[in-house]
Design a protein around this ligand. Structure first.
Ligand SMILES: C[S@@+](CC[C@H](N)C(=O)[O-])C[C@H]1O[C@@H](n2cnc3c(N)ncnc32)[C@H](O)[C@@H]1O
Length: 233
């Protein structure tokens, strides 16, 4: 069954076909405030809270889910926030095609699809390769936030992060506790309301990290990267 695509006409929405790489976010936001990215924004409840907490940062919230992007835009449009834009796009494709080295002040990933079955684990978004790739796009000192309701996902990512010398943990222990002022997303709330824990990782790219193409893993169409026509390299 094919799902009906909801047209998104919100001024907050950036249709991919209107963008030329590399995207000039200063022109889009009308200022050169630092840019943070939320990957997998779902229905947008997290980004709305975060963008209100941090008016000095610009935020790009992305999801591959059309209805999620629609709901995120509606939620933003009900506020007076001017520092958020939404794109319907796959994370690795966005990075590869539209963003440049050291361009992100922070990356937020909350409750990504856990792919609990062992044979599906290779579909998880976060892995050693992706963590390395994020180093390329984060500015020196830039932050990575990751929360998950899946102990197994957190336990997979924590040692991968610690084994990459260009990341530095901001927590004494990885995974750690969700800070009180970290906004709660829909999925986080769902698990917290049931009394289940959320595992939290927070680190930054070391100031001394030597950014460069050596950090980039090749991006190829595949699971959840179904583009076909756009050249990239
Ligand atoms: C389990 S939901 C969590 C949503 C939200 N972050 C929350 O915590 O409530 C995961 C979201 O990530 C999106 N997603 C999964 N893989 C993605 C990818 N590679 N690029 C962009 N979005 C992705 C899904 O469409 C889904 O909306």
């Amino acid at each position: 069954m094919t799902q009906r695509i909801i047209e998104i006409t919100s001024p907050t929405f950036l249709p991919e076909q209107q963008l030329e790489p590399p995207v000039d976010f200063a022109a889009i936001f009308g200022n050169d405030n630092p840019l943070a990215l939320e990957i997998g924004c779902g229905i947008g409840d997290f980004i709305v809270q975060l963008a209100a907490q941090q008016p000095q940062r610009n935020f790009l919230a992305i999801d591959i889910y059309n209805k999620g992007c629609y709901k995120t835009c509606r939620r933003i449009d009900k506020t007076s926030l001017t520092n958020v834009r939404v794109m319907r796009i796959e994370a690795r494709f966005l990075l590869d095609r539209y963003l440049t080295m050291d361009s992100l002040d922070a990356v937020y990933i909350n409750c990504p699809d856990p792919w609990p079955k062992k044979r599906h684990r290779q579909r998880r978004l976060l892995n050693q390769e992706f963590l390395k790739t994020l180093l390329y796009y984060l500015r020196p000192g830039g932050e990575l936030f990751f929360s998950t309701d899946f102990a197994d996902y957190a336990e997979q990512v924590a040692p991968q992060l610690l084994s990459l010398p260009d990341y530095q943990s901001k927590l004494e222990q990885l995974p750690g506790q969700l800070p009180a002022d970290y906004p709660r997303s829909k999925y986080m709330r769902r698990f917290l309301d049931r009394g289940q824990p959320i595992y939290f990782l927070h680190c930054n790219k070391k100031e001394s990290c030597d950014s460069g193409p050596h950090l980039l893993a090749p991006v190829s169409p595949g699971f959840r990267t179904p583009w076909s026509t756009i050249p990239h390299g």
